[in-house]
Design a protein around this ligand. Structure first.
Ligand SMILES: [Zn+2]
Length: 309
C-alpha cells in the first residue's frame, strides 16, 4: 500500500476516532501453518486506514459499491490488516517485511508487540526479507532511535527493488505524491546498506524459499514461494494487495499500485497460478491473518480464508 503525506496524516487522525477491531488490538497474532519442517505464522502489525479515494482511484464508485456490499463492507475508510510473515525453519528465524514502525499510521506499527506475543525477541530474528520498500513493509525495520530493530539479522532485498529505491534520483522522478515515500525508503536502506544482500528472480534465497518476480505494485516487487515436505505456499506481499475488489475484478486498476497496468497483469498471472496449482496464499493485507486459498470461477476469483480470527 502507499499513501502520500496528506493521506497518511488524514489516516492517522481517522484511526484515532474510528472504533478499533481485532487487528488493531495489541499483540494479535494471525494464522499458523506447517509445511514439512517449516513453521509459518503471521504476526499483526495492526492495520492501515485508507481513504476509498486512494484505493479505488479511477474506478467508478457505482461499480465498486455492489462488490463491497456483497462483503458487508460499510461506508468510510478501508482498514486492511497488516500481516507480517514469520518463518522458523532449520534454526533460522525469518521475517518477511517488518511492518510500519512508529512513524507511519497510528493504527499500525505493532509488530514488536506481536513478536513478543509469539515468544520472540528482535535479537532472535536471523533474516529479514523484503517484498518491497513501501512504508508499511519497510519502515518498521528501524527502532525509535533509527537503529536496526533486528540487530543480528541479515537483510535481503530484490536487486531491482533495491536499485529503484536506493537511487537518489527516484525522489524527483517518481510522482510528487509518492516522493516522501522514496525519501523515507532511501534513508532506511542507507542504514541497512552494509548488511543487505540482493537477489534476483528465480533464486532460492534461503533453503525452501524461492524468489518470484511480481513487478507492478512497485518496480521490483517480489513474492516468495515456500516449499517444504511436498507442500507449498506463496508469500504474495502486495502483488494481490486487497481482498475488496482484486479477486472479484482482478484486472481493475488499483490506486496503490505504482504501475497499475503491470500490477494487474501480475495479479492475473498469480491468481491463475494459485488457483490452478492449489497453492496457499499468504497476503500482506488479506483478511483473517492473510492465509487462504484462491478459487476461480470464470473470469473472477474468490479468496477462501483459512484463518481463525
Ligand atoms: Zn502494503
Amino acid at each position: 500500500m502507499l499513501l502520500n503525506r496528506r493521506q497518511v496524516l488524514a489516516g492517522g487522525t481517522a484511526a484515532a476516532v474510528l472504533p478499533s477491531h481485532g487487528w488493531g488490538s495489541p499483540a494479535s497474532t494471525g494464522i499458523s501453518l506447517k509445511l514439512g519442517d517449516m513453521q509459518v505464522q503471521t504476526l499483526s502489525d495492526g492495520h492501515l486506514t485508507l481513504p476509498r479515494s486512494l484505493l479505488f482511484a479511477g474506478l467508478e464508485p457505482g461499480a465498486v459499491a455492489p462488490i463491497l456490499q456483497a462483503q458487508n463492507i460499510g461506508p468510510g475508510p478501508i482498514q486492511p490488516p497488516i500481516n507480517v510473515t514469520l518463518m522458523r525453519h532449520q534454526g533460522r528465524v525469518v521475517l518477511f517485511d517488518t511492518g510500519s514502525g512508529p512513524a507511519f499510521q497510528a493504527s499500525a506499527g505493532r509488530l514488536k508487540t506481536s513478536l513478543d506475543a509469539a515468544g520472540l525477541t528482535p535479537e532472535e530474528v536471523s533474516h529479514v526479507v523484503f517484498t518491497h520498500c513501501h512504508p508499511d513493509h519497510l519502515w518498521g525495520v528501524l527502532d525509535d532511535f533509527d537503529d536496526p530493530l533486528f540487530p543480528n539479522a541479515s537483510y535481503l532485498v530484490g536487486q531491482v527493488e533495491w536499485d529503484y529505491w536506493f537511487n537518489p534520483d527516484t525522489a524527483s522522478t517518481i510522482s510528487a505524491d509518492r516522493a516522501s515515500m522514496a525519501v523515507g525508503a532511501r534513508r532506511r536502506l542507507a542504514v541497512l546498506a552494509e548488511r543487505v544482500s540482493r537477489f534476483a528472480d528465480g533464486e532460492e534465497i534461503l533453503p525452501g524459499v524461492g524468489a518470484h518476480a511480481t513487478f507492478g505494485h512497485t518496480p521490483g516487487h517480489m513474492s516468495f514461494q515456500l516449499r517444504a515436505g511436498g507442500d507449498s505456499a506463496l508469500i504474495g506481499g502486495d502483488a494481490i494487495g486487497n481482498s475488496h475488489v482484486s479477486f472479484a475484478e482482478p484486472s481493475w486498476p488499483i490506486g496503490t499500485d505504482q504501475d497499475a497496468v503491470a500490477a494487474a497483469q501480475t495479479r492475473l498471472r498469480l491468481l491463475d497460478m494459485l488457483a490452478h496449482e492449489k497453492i496457499q496464499l499468504i497476503g500482506y493485507h488479506l483478511p483473517n491473518g492473510g492465509l487462504g486459498r484462491v478459487e476461480r470461477s470464470d473470469s473472477r476469483f474468490r479468496f477462501i480464508s483459512d484463518g481463525s480470527i
